[in-house]
Design a protein around this ligand. Structure first.
Ligand SMILES: *Cc1c(COP(=O)(O)O)cnc(C)c1O
Length: 487
């Protein structure tokens, strides 16, 4: 072992870092090159990975070869490979080459961008790269952006800003508890909204009863007339409506709420309009898909996750608001030791959120946009949309399968519905068994949802390594699994 004497209690030496680093990049390059030769799903039982790890931490250091060999021996067998081309579950994502290198550099710099002064490049790159992304998405220039870790946290900040926007309630200062004259706040979102909206309501003292779920139409989109009706009803009953969360690309079916019809209602009623476009927003960089964000120029805030469909390694959530001063009012609290002489002239990003410390996340989005270019990103998303249309054609052409929802993006909801089998209970158990059977191969990973009380399979395309051959293979496995179950 090099440089492990007690005379020098420093870090890994430059020489060792260089040697191990080269070896490590080679390992990652091999992993990426050969990923589709190994199963996407692991074959471990619960507790099996942990059992292979020592009960106690190592008293003495190990060399890196030993550590890397344990990655192969202990960690790899328990991996669900999200970067695998046959990962078609949930929303398929990509830790792309430039994105991985961005993460590496960010760890090497290890800055904390809480204040402009604590790393000017991090704050300024973040603001500029988010402005690039804003332009790519076709959002107006009065949208101000900040990076949070996830869409759940972005939406939490949006709803906190929406609450602060009702400034007469003085919730920042007085809180909500023990105030009998404080009206109960109500937030509106569709039945198909992501669970993070309800979680935010729990965290912000709105409570689950403070979230009113608006019914959707046959294509799973929020019905604006029902929203209007609900707000009117609630006001009559003494609730205080304060926020609407619309979704562009819902989690189950990727349906698109009619934001351009919801926005005027919010304006008339003085409600904050937040748009959750965590997955679907990215598609708006494609000119012929720009319409998915129609009406979002009138929103107060919007979230898009580059870690979902813009090839940035998790985590990276881009949050935009036209009222950054309200967000700042909700969260800014500056103790003496964090005051700087530049404060009047700079953006201190810690003022716009719960967290003080902030990673240098902007590097990885910058690398991704620089490396692929806007046109390259557009073409990649276009290719995913095209591959999804192909899979839709296979499903439509197969008499034993049926499509269960429209496909506005690259996520497909379908199920097996063999000829002559029309009993819903049978179809339910058949499709559940089908998903199990597909996963037992470990070669393709799909997920499921429930639509109109039916068990539905979901296939999401969004990984840069997914090619037509992977989808053909997945479709073969799906059909073969059905044959095995139903013959
Ligand atoms: C994925 C998703 C989320 C949650 O995203 P995180 O970044 O994991 O918090 C929220 N809303 C929608 C519509 C999503 O697709």
């Amino acid at each position: 072992m090099e440089n492990r004497g007690f005379s020098e209690l420093g870090d890994m030496s430059p020489g060792e870092f260089r040697r191990v680093g080269h070896q490590f990049i080679d390992w990652i390059a091999d992993f990426r090159e050969h990923l589709d030769e190994i199963p996407v799903l692991p074959a471990v039982r619960p507790g099996e990975v942990r059992k292979r790890l020592p009960d106690q931490p190592p008293p003495e250091g190990d060399d890196f070869d030993a550590i890397l060999s344990d990655v192969e021996r202990i960690i790899m067998p328990g991996m669900t490979h999200w970067n695998h081309p046959a990962f078609l579950a949930y929303f398929s994502i990509t830790g792309s080459g430039p994105g991985i290198l961005g993460e590496l550099l960010s760890a090497a710099f290890n800055i904390n961008a809480m204040l402009w002064k604590t790393c000017p490049s991090a704050t300024e790159l973040e603001q500029q790269v988010l402005d690039w992304l804003r332009q790519m998405l076709g959002l107006p220039s009065d949208f101000w952006g900040i990076v949070y870790d996830t869409a759940s946290v972005s939406s939490l900040h949006a709803i906190a800003a929406a609450r602060e926007y009702q400034s007469h309630l003085q919730i920042r200062r007085k809180g909500m508890a023990g105030r009998p004259r404080l009206p109960r706040l109500r937030l509106y979102t569709s039945e198909q909204a992501h669970s993070s909206i309800e979680k935010a309501a729990i965290a912000l003292g709105i409570g689950l009863e403070g979230v009113r779920k608006i019914p959707v139409d046959a294509q799973f989109r929020m019905r604006p007339e029902r929203l209007r009706q609900a707000i009117r009803e609630d006001r009559q009953r003494g609730w205080l409506p304060f926020c609407v969360v619309a979704t562009v690309g819902t989690t189950s079916t990727t349906s698109i709420d009619p934001v351009s019809r919801i926005a005027p209602i919010c304006r008339e009623e003085n409600l904050w309009l937040h748009v959750d476009a965590a997955y679907g927003g990215a598609a708006a960089i494609v000119p012929e898909m720009r319409h998915v964000l129609e009406g979002c120029d009138q929103a107060d805030s919007i979230v898009v996750n580059p870690h979902k469909w813009l090839f940035v390694p998790i985590d990276f959530s881009a949050f935009y608001t036209r009222k950054p001063e309200v967000l700042r009012r909700a969260f800014s609290l500056v103790p003496e030791y964090l005051k700087t002489s530049e404060d009047p002239n700079v953006e201190n990003l810690m003022d716009y959120g719960i967290q003080l410390g902030r990673r240098f996340r902007a590097l990885k989005l910058w690398f991704v946009i620089r490396y692929f270019g806007v046109q390259g990103l557009v073409e990649r998303i276009r290719q995913h949309l095209e591959m999804a249309r192909r899979v839709v054609r296979w499903i439509e052409a197969d008499p034993d399968f049926e499509l269960m929802a429209p496909v506005p993006f690259s996520t497909i909801c379908f199920r097996a519905h063999p000829r002559g089998v029309d009993d819903e209970t049978t179809l339910e158990s058949l499709n559940q068994a089908l998903l199990e059977q597909i996963h037992a191969t470990r070669k393709v990973f799909l997920s499921h949802t429930r639509l109109k009380d039916r068990f539905v399979l979901r296939l999401a395309i969004g990984n840069l390594h997914t090619r037509r051959k992977h989808l053909e293979h997945a479709w073969t496995i799906i059909r073969k699994s059905l044959q095995d179950l139903h013959s």
